[in-house]
Each structure stands twice: as structure tokens, then as C-alpha cells.
Unconditional design. Structure first.
Ligand SMILES: [Cu+2]
Length: 457
């Protein structure tokens, strides 16, 4: 009996060892793809839902976190190379944050482009359309159960005909097949998941994290935006060795790139997600605040190169005016800066944070049903007063392990308390902004934290 089991178990191990090699940035075939986009005055997250097969309808949700003045958001899905495209549009309503589903059609797996158009702006987002592949162990389990059923029938028929030899063989085959099925099923959580259909092949000899970082260029247009005037901020990424555009950004916290713009004094704060207007070129339209120096931070991740945080600066307004000249007045009818919501007072523990030691910041939002934004229930962005340092921390309760699926925008199960743990590297005054989403709308809570010098230990 045992002798017969051993070859079966060895054969099973051989089949399962035929596990596919790990592939770059191992996104599972059952994960959604997210692109946060700041377009036409709206803050959107475009979510390409995972599909189980192709050809089939493909659901894309346009999540309007800040619908601004609203408008039509046109989506076009285009497979790389030949193949027909599919288009549809969502009508985002002014002051109606929420989810706007759109149905496109996917014809095949592999590299695709999703074009997003709104208000005369356009972004082209490359992604791989994946479909989960059947893992080898699943095939083994199904085959083994089929064999077990067949063996059971043979054994019963043979027993009914009083053929003891055949009945015994059938019974043994049934036991072996059942053992194989349960062994494969029971061990499956430890097997390497199969490469999804449509995933890019990893060329031989390519090491993960083997690419150099991208070289950034941060520019604004016009070079000196007027106070309260519209301007364009552009992040251009090059490959340092070839000089060609670095156009291989991976999805990083639900976007290709994240940009934070703050005025030196911190009264102006924008957390936005540029459009990919050309290979390696990421652009966002913004409206300036008061005149003065502004700091820009861009966070992104080049595939196989790891995450990067780069910074730049620009000045709003004309050169310092002569004494006594008039300041540019704030235009009427502009929406005021977001107010601090009722009850939102962060609590620090220890109350006087010390440089180099962890501090826990808890924000009581006063409400439950906080929703994730960019995969987290809350974001804490910290800047030193001079702007030389920027930190980004995620809410503790909503952190996911690598490979785990981030919570969906529609899941309103966080809060009322959001908790962040952070270590300030240097003492001094720091500006902090806590951001979270409720009823799909982004709430920003500004805060000032004074960090004390660490005593000698
Ligand atoms: Cu961001």
C-alpha cells in the first residue's frame, strides 16, 4: 500500500514543482489596477477591475474624490499593437463625490493603454491586462478526484460481481487518488501562484531591482506663475545612462506618480496625481495661491528600480514688489482652503515628540465609515519647516502585507480613530497634513508639530 503511494506522491511533487518563475512586480491576475489622476480640476481614481477572462466586458470605476465642477470623463481602452479599441464615458456631477462605473470591452490579455480625457486634458496610462491562470495544483486536484470517483465505481461494480481481486485494486486506487487530491489541496497555500495570462515575460539574466533610478526634471509653466493664476507643473523622467525618457513607472500606492506642492509657510497644500501626457512626462494643472516660494515633491517607482522621492521648487508671483505697492488680492468666489472638520484634533503620544524616537499620532475623525484612499485609510504627510525633509506615513490599521490586496475605495469600515506611527529624524517645527476619505470626499487636516532635541542616551 505504502509502496504504491510513494510514486504517486513523487509524481505529484514533480507536477507542482513545475511552478512558473517569479515575474517582475508580481501583480496577481485577480488584482485591480489603480491610477489616481488630477484632471480638469477633478481628483479621480480610475480603477480597472480585475477580469476573469477575455474577451469580456471590462469594468472601470471612475472614483471622483473631488469632482470639482464635474464634467465628462472619457475612457478609451486600446491594446498595444493591432486590435480594436473600446470607449465609454462617465458624467461626473459637480459636488457629487462617488463611484461612476464605466463598461469597456477587453478583447485580449497583455499590454494595453487606458486613455483618460476630460476638459481638454488627456492622459495615457499603460498597464498589463492580466487574467488569472489555472494553477497546476488545481488541475492535479480535479484529476485526482475524477480518478477517485472512477476507482470507486470500479470497486463497487467488481464487489457486486464478487470479483475480489478487481474490487481490492479499485479500493486501493480510490484511497491513493483521494490522498493525492487532499495532499495537493492542503499544500496549495504554500505553492508559488502561477503567472497570470498577459503578464510580461522576464528576460533571462535580468535581476530584480537592477535598473538605475530615473533622473527627474521638475518645471512649472509659466516659469513664474502669477498669484492665484493657473499654471502647469511638469515632472520629466529620464534614464541617466541613455538619456531616453524613463517611461516604465509601476503602479505605486494607486498612482504612477504622487506630487505634493506646498508653499514655504505651509498655508498652500496640494496632493495631486499628474497625467502622463507623453512617455516619461507627467503633468498637472494647478491654481496657485499667494505669492512666494513653493516646494514640490514627487514620489514614484520605476519598475525594477524601487521607489524614489524627488524635489524641486518654484516661485509664485512677480519679483518682490517695492515697499508700499499693492499685493495681489485673492479673487472673489474662489473656494476657501478646506476647513478643519469638527472634532478633528490630532493627539500625540508622547505629547512632546523627540527626534529619533517614534511618536504616535491619533486623529479622532469623530465619524466611522472612513474609506481607503490610494489603498490606505489615512495618509500623514510631514514636512520640515525649511522644506528640506518630507515624510509620508500610512495609517497603521489599514496597512497591507506585500502581495495582499489593498482595501477597495467602497469599503467604509475605518475610523473613527486613525493612527500613525512616525519618527522625526531632526528636531524643530514640522508641518503635517493628515488626509482621509469619507463619503468619497477627501478631508485634509493641517497640523503643526514641534519636535524636541533628543537627549543623549
Ligand atoms: Cu498621492
Amino acid at each position: 500500500m505504502l509502496k504504491r503511494l510513494i510514486p504517486a506522491v513523487l509524481a505529484l511533487a514533480a507536477v507542482l514543482a513545475w511552478a512558473a518563475p517569479a515575474w517582475a512586480h508580481g501583480r496577481s491576475g485577480s488584482a485591480d489596477v489603480r491610477f489616481a489622476q488630477t484632471i480638469a480640476g477633478m481628483e479621480l481614481t480610475v480603477v480597472v477591475r480585475a477580469s476573469l477572462r477575455v474577451p469580456a466586458p471590462l469594468q472601470v470605476d471612475v472614483v471622483a474624490h473631488d469632482p470639482g465642477r464635474g464634467g465628462r470623463v472619457e475612457l478609451t481602452l486600446r491594446p498595444a499593437g493591432a486590435g480594436g479599441s473600446s470607449a465609454a464615458a462617465a458624467e461626473v456631477r459637480e459636488d457629487a463625490p462617488g463611484m461612476y462605473p464605466v463598461l469597456l470591452r477587453a478583447e485580449r490579455v497583455g499590454p494595453h493603454e487606458l486613455e483618460v480625457r476630460a476638459g481638454g486634458e488627456r492622459s495615457v496610462l499603460p498597464f498589463d491586462l492580466l487574467v488569472p491562470a489555472a494553477p497546476p495544483w488545481e488541475v492535479v486536484v480535479y484529476l485526482a478526484f475524477a480518478c477517485a470517483a472512477l476507482a470507486l465505481v470500479v470497486a463497487l461494480v467488481a464487489a457486486a460481481q464478487a470479483r475480489r481481486g478487481a474490487a481490492g485494486a479499485g479500493a486501493v486506487a480510490f484511497v491513493v487518488a483521494t490522498a493525492v487530491a487532499f495532499t495537493a489541496g492542503g499544500l496549495s497555500p504554500w505553492f508559488v501562484p502561477p503567472v497570470p495570462d498577459g503578464a510580461p515575460a522576464v528576460p533571462e539574466g535580468v535581476r530584480p531591482l537592477g535598473k538605475p533610478n530615473a533622473q527627474p526634471l521638475i518645471e512649472v509653466e509659466p516659469r513664474r506663475p502669477g498669484a492665484y493664476a493657473e499654471f502647469r507643473l511638469r515632472v520629466t523622467l529620464f534614464d541617466g545612462s541613455t538619456g531616453r525618457p524613463a517611461d516604465d513607472l509601476a503602479e505605486h500606492h494607486g498612482a504612477l506618480s504622487h506630487v505634493v506642492v506646498t508653499s514655504q509657510d505651509g498655508t498652500y497644500f496640494r496632493h495631486v496625481h499628474p497625467l502622463r501626457v507623453a512617455p516619461g512626462v507627467h503633468e498637472v494643472r494647478l491654481r496657485a495661491g499667494e505669492a512666494g516660494r513653493h516646494l514640490v515633491y514627487a514620489e514614484f517607482e520605476r519598475a525594477d528600480a524601487g521607489g524614489q522621492l524627488v524635489s524641486g521648487a518654484f516661485t509664485v508671483g512677480s519679483p518682490p514688489p517695492a515697499a508700499g505697492s499693492a499685493r495681489v488680492a485673492r479673487p472673489e468666489g474662489k473656494r476657501p482652503e478646506p476647513e478643519r472638520p469638527e472634532g478633528a484634533r490630532p493627539v500625540l503620544k508622547p505629547a512632546r515628540p523627540v527626534a529619533g524616537r517614534p511618536v504616535t499620532l491619533t486623529l479622532d475623525t469623530g465619524r466611522t465609515a472612513v474609506q481607503p484612499w490610494l489603498g490606505m485609510a489615512g495618509h500623514l504627510i510631514v514636512r520640515s519647516r525649511d522644506g528640506g525633509y518630507l515624510g509620508h506615513v500610512h495609517e497603521a490599521a489599514s496597512m497591507t502585507a506585500p502581495g495582499e490586496r489593498p482595501p477597495d475605495e467602497s469599503v467604509a469600515r475605518y475610523g473613527p480613530r486613525l493612527r500613525f506611527t512616525f519618527t522625526f529624524p531632526r528636531p524643530g517645527r514640522h508641518l503635517a497634513w493628515i488626509q482621509y476619505v469619507r463619503n468619497y470626499a477627501i478631508v485634509t487636516v493641517p497640523y503643526v508639530i514641534d519636535v524636541e532635541e533628543g537627549s543623549a542616551r
